[in-house]
Design a protein around this ligand. Structure first.
Ligand code: FES
Length: 597
């Protein structure tokens, strides 16, 4: 089947490399035929070296070549099963008559990478973009799992705009500890606070470690990995059910095969990311994020992905899109269940159907199936209404991400109300300031620290430039002496991010960040700060004269002197623009690079 979606390969200087020649049979040349077609010396070179892998002659007969971009790594445990998944994708590609060729991409694992995997998201995106463009590929499947691998690969592929399909690796099975379900990340924070507050022994804490991560897959709470797996399904760039099938469920392998088959058809249909990643698709994703109680990290990643395809998405869009949407998914950290339960309850198709029926979905948004979002999901069935709640009986009446602005965050800051304490959403308190994460660690449990439950904890220099890399440290643990008193939440403000598995009244992504000279840099102990989530305000109550005096005395912390960290530091955009590198924004297309032999 052939269906031209009217796209010639990007809105930059790219074009459809396959559209500018003929292959000798009067047919349009595929992009890959610029390498593998014909009888020239160059074609000899391209084919001959490939044949050392045992690829037969007729594999180069003009059939579509599919790149399988694999983020497998033993250092990224969430993606540790991707070799098997890639084999299933290959089977699907072969069944559909394509030639699958697997290639590696920089793998970004949250649990091991320092200072933070986010520092390298844009580096991986750049690597993926150039790898796709440089090679004889007609389309790509992106194998993604751990948090940053999803946005990194999609950002890179979107800047090339070849037919692209995202396949997530799937969540781990539920953690189980002493007969209870425990969630990735969420229970680490809970248990570690319990140890610090004296309610859990160190020995029990160590026992829980093996009980949490007990199968292949990524974090099984609605953390950033599950959120981003849901986002790609909601955007329509992944197949239906991509988000929730557990990594070890046989149906994940089936989905991988179906993805392999489908990408071959997408190439024939010339169905590209720019056809799918439209404003409507982003509207759907933002609303789905509200409905699932998704991670605040999705704000940054979707802004960055939108920037790659020329969709003008803003923080205001995030605030508006989510306001009317209730959170109906009862998953940790906002609720009680885990991703395995979500799949058995019907998965993301149920949420898409519910929003579609309520007029909250752009039903006509095109997806990788060639069908619309509504056509894909209109028949979804729910099998557990306590996991996926009806819209009339939601977990949180108004989900979504609230965007706060004011003198403390002129470009915006975000909070996830569904994870916060209602009583703290309107709060005025005295700042207790930590200049950086080391200062926080050294000071938070000092018995002499002048802090109480009404104080506002302020952390500086953890933003995009500050850490560098905008680490997930915004959900600072509370002082042990307050935990021991039974305090469970306090207002916390920073330019950092927060793990999607975390919770609390945590105001994040303050922009401009302290390191870039934002007002946050000038906050001092004892300053009055006012938080008004309903009114979307965030204000520092210090006189203009005093601010001017502090600014004159302020010195920017030292910037990285060399290496990738310097490139990143010099070019990274602030949180309100998605933390992409300024020179990577936009689509540069799939034009075939010039020959080198
Ligand atoms: Fe990889 Fe959470 S650590 S998804």
């Amino acid at each position: 089947m052939s269906n031209d979606h009217g796209n010639n390969g990007g809105n930059g200087n790219g074009g459809n490399g396959g559209g500018n020649g003929d292959n000798g049979n009067g047919k349009k040349m595929r992009r890959s035929e610029h390498w593998f077609g014909g009888t020239s010396k160059d074609a000899f070179i391209h084919r001959s070296w490939m044949k050392n892998q045992g690829i037969p002659d007729d594999s180069f007969d003009g059939r579509p070549v599919i790149g399988i971009c694999n983020t497998w790594s033993e250092l990224t445990p969430c993606n540790g099963h991707f070799r098997q998944l890639a084999e299933k994708v290959k089977q699907g590609v072969l069944q559909a008559g394509g030639l699958p060729l697997e290639f590696p991409a920089m793998s970004l694992g949250e649990s091991n990478m320092r200072p933070t995997a986010m520092l390298f998201r844009n580096l991986a995106a750049m690597e993926v973009e150039e790898s796709i463009r440089a090679h004889p590929l007609d389309g790509v499947i992106l194998l993604v799992g751990c948090d940053k691998t999803t946005p990194a690969l999609l950002m890179g592929a979107a800047s090339v705009n070849l037919p692209t399909l995202v396949l997530s690796g799937g969540p781990m099975l539920n953690g189980r500890y002493r007969g209870e379900s425990i969630g990735s990340g969420t229970h680490v924070w809970k248990f570690s606070e319990a140890v610090r507050g004296g309610q859990m022994s160190q020995a029990e804490f160590m026992k829980a470690e093996s009980c949490m991560s007990r199968s292949a897959g990524h974090c099984m709470t609605m953390g950033t990995a599950s959120t981003m797996a849901s986002m790609v399904e909601a955007l329509g760039i992944a197949l239906p059910e991509n988000a929730a099938i557990p990594a070890v469920d046989a149906r994940r392998h089936t989905l991988a095969q179906m993805a392999g088959r489908r990408i071959v058809e997408m190439i024939e249909e010339n169905l590209r990311p720019s056809d799918i990643l439209t404003r409507d698709a982003f509207e759907n994703a933002m609303r789905i994020n509200a409905a699932i109680g998704g991670s605040t990290n999705a704000v940054l990643h979707l802004l960055a992905i939108a920037g790659r395809v020329g969709v003008d998405l803003s923080l205001d869009d995030w605030d508006r899109a989510g306001r009317e949407v209730p959170t109906i998914l009862n998953l940790m950290p906002s609720g009680k269940y885990l991703m395995e339960d979500f799949y058995y309850a019907g998965g993301l198709p149920v949420i898409l159907r519910r929003l579609g029926e309520a007029g909250m979905l752009k039903r006509d948004a095109l997806t990788v199936t060639g069908q619309t979002a509504w056509e894909n999901n209109r028949d979804a069935e729910c099998f557990n209404e306590d996991v996926i709640k009806p819209l009339a009986d939601p977990l949180v009446a108004s989900g979504g991400i609230a965007v706060l602005t004011g003198n403390l965050a002129p470009l915006g800051a975000v909070i996830k109300p569904s994870a916060a304490t209602p009583a703290l959403m309107q709060h005025r308190g005295r700042a207790v300031v930590f200049e950086n994460i080391e200062h926080y660690k050294a000071r938070v449990d000092d018995p002499a620290l002048d802090i109480d439950a009404d104080s506002i904890m302020v952390l500086k220099n953890c933003g995009p430039k500050g850490y560098p890399g905008m680490a997930e440290v915004g959900n600072m643990g509370l002082p042990a002496k307050l935990l021991a008193q039974g305090v469970t939440d306090m207002v916390r403000i920073s330019d950092a991010r927060m793990s999607g598995t975390a919770y609390g009244t945590v105001i994040l992504h303050v922009a401009p960040e302290a390191m870039a000279g934002g007002l946050l840099a000038l906050v001092q102990d004892g300053d009055e700060i006012e938080v008004d989530v309903a009114g979307r305000g965030l204000h520092l109550h210090v006189s203009e004269d005093e601010i001017a005096r502090r600014r004159a005395a302020w010195e920017a912390p030292k910037a990285p002197a060399s290496g990738y960290a310097k490139l990143y530091f010099d070019h990274v955009l602030q949180a309100d623009k998605g933390v992409d590198l300024d020179f990577l924004v936009g689509c540069r297309g799939d034009a075939v690079p010039r020959e080198s032999h």
